[in-house]
Design a protein. Structure first.
Length: 67
């Protein structure tokens, strides 16, 4: 259910807001991967969650671009 709510929030945003959200999610993913490589990351499931959120953002952006 959490994913559905997040998806609804994304669909309510403009394309510019989605682009900003995508950039911040990619930065977070980079930081998580860096922490994982240096054995500082406690919650490794967060990497998967952020990757899925990036895919959701890209999906919404594509659907808005196509009409």
């Amino acid at each position: 259910m959490k994913a559905k709510k997040y998806l609804e929030e994304l669909q309510a945003k403009t394309t510019e807001e989605l682009a900003e959200e995508l950039v911040s999610a990619k930065k977070e993913l980079f930081n998580l991967r860096f922490q994982n490589a240096t054995n500082q990351l406690q919650n490794t499931a967060r990497i998967t969650e952020v990757r899925k959120n990036i895919a959701r953002i890209q999906t919404v952006m594509t659907s808005k671009a196509n009409g």
